[in-house]
Design a protein around this ligand. Structure first.
Ligand code: HEM
Length: 395
């Protein structure tokens, strides 16, 4: 099939994804445009082989496992006031509001930037310029565009800001950020593992866009479906806010986790991930020559009625009895380039959902979004106004 105007082999089944991920190392590389190489430099998804594996090894500890509980207070410090504002004034455009929130959460956790401090505005403005540059033409036609050059300049300033934040983060005053650990992890890194400023920009962009998509669709579904889902999730939200350590316990808050798993299944934020065969490779019984473009859809298999009966229905109950089924979904990809931020993304998403639902149950003022875009992440194309209906028990 044709993807972005080029012939591409699409891997579109669950079994196919397994084969692709198994064959990936050494035979497929991530296909990134010259624009992406240019803007992201030696960020993780632009690296290959040993350098790529080394960079993942160094980045992972700060984004998962024992690091996560330390981020919970910082996350709630950001989500709390925002959820209170939403409850008071409603939200004019859900996706835009959630995107601003995940941007602030990422800045808080990855850089130690607290909302309201001077660097928050500086960072937000330059990050926006950088993000805009990612929509410039992918090839040489990027050069005559103003947004490309504005993005390049913003990138340079952001790198300077990261360097300036690093000592702040190691010496305090803002604990609850990954920056100090990331700086330490890259102090003695070999050149092949890339540079931390490039990795930081990649993490920041990955964290904001896709997590915003997941949270948006989660709230849309809770607002649009039977009230009981939202009510059950709301009850857990109160428990989570009373005991925030539950947010990082995989055996706690089953309804909220099932809601997020079902949202991942039905609204996988990423439509396509691109690869290029670096040598001949066999997939699904077909021999794919070197140089061929290969794409996979993370949600391939998410709509298989044999595995997920009534696949188009939003039914979190399917994950309630078997929570571990949610971990097997492919919204976070797999193989050599599987999402490195999955644990942090899931923590951010559950923290937002709990903070919001504690304030009230979501209601869409204009019905569910009809016009949708699928790339770079699935999002409504028109504003989705939302209000939170306060519950009797809400405090
Ligand atoms: C709901 C939120 C998220 C979703 C659905 C998601 C999804 C994905 C997917 C599908 C991939 C694989 C891309 C490929 O195969 O080419 C990926 C890679 C990646 N993600 Fe995420 N992601 C999310 C959040 C995050 C967060 C919060 C971070 C960082 C803090 C992050 C960092 C990364 C990085 C660095 C990679 C590249 C890994 C590599 O190339 O080795 N993601 N993500």
């Amino acid at each position: 099939m044709t993807v972005d105007g080029a012939e591409t082999v699409l891997v579109g089944t669950w079994a196919g994804l397994g084969e692709l991920f198994a064959a990936e190392r050494g035979s497929l590389k991530v296909l990134n445009t010259p624009l992406v190489h240019d803007l992201f430099g030696r960020a993780l998804f632009n690296l290959t082989s040993d350098g790529h594996a080394e960079a993942r090894r160094r980045l992972r500890p700060a984004l998962s496992g024992r690091a996560l509980p330390g981020y919970v207070p910082s996350l709630l410090e950001v989500t709390g006031p925002v959820a209170a504002r939403w409850a008071h004034h409603g939200v004019r455009d859900l996706y835009i509001a959630v995107r601003a929130l995940t941007g602030a959460l990422s800045a808080r956790v990855l850089l130690g930037i607290v909302p309201g401090e001077t660097d928050a505005a500086v960072f937000a403005a330059d990050f926006e310029r950088f993000v805009l540059a990612t929509s410039a033409p992918p090839g040489w036609r990027r050069f005559p565009t103003g947004r490309y050059w504005a993005g390049r300049a913003a990138r340079w300033r952001l790198h300077t800001l990261f360097a300036r934040r690093a000592p702040i983060s190691t010496a305090g005053p803002h604990p609850g950020s990954a920056l100090a650990d990331l700086v330490a992890a890259f102090e003695d890194a070999p050149k092949a593992a890339g540079r931390l400023p490039d990795h930081l920009l990649a993490l920041l962009i990955a964290a904001r866009e896709t997590t915003a998509s997941l949270i948006t669709w989660g709230l849309v579904e809770l607002a649009g479906n039977r009230r009981e889902h939202a009510e059950l999730a709301g009850a857990e939200a109160h428990a989570a806010m009373a005991a925030p350590e539950l947010l990082t316990r995989r055996d706690a808050l089953p309804v909220l986790r099932a809601v997020l798993a079902e949202t991942q299944r039905l609204h996988s934020p990423n439509l396509l991930s691109m690869r290029e065969a670096v040598c001949p490779v066999e997939l699904g019984g077909f021999r794919i020559p070197a140089g061929t473009r290969v794409a996979y859809s993370p949600s391939a298999g998410h709509f298989d009625p044999e595995v997920f009966p009534q696949p188009l229905a939003f039914w979190p109950g399917r994950f309630l009895a078997e929570q571990e089924r949610g971990a097997r979904l492919r919204a976070f990809g797999g193989g050599a380039h599987a999402c490195l931020g999955r644990p942090l993304a899931e923590l951010m998403a559950i923290a937002v959902m709990a903070s919001v639902l504690r304030r009230g149950l979501p209601r869409l003022l204009g019905g569910p979004p009809v016009r949708i875009r699928y790339r770079p992440a699935k999002a409504p194309l028109s504003p989705v106004p939302l209000v939170l209906d306060r519950q009797e028990t809400a405090s």
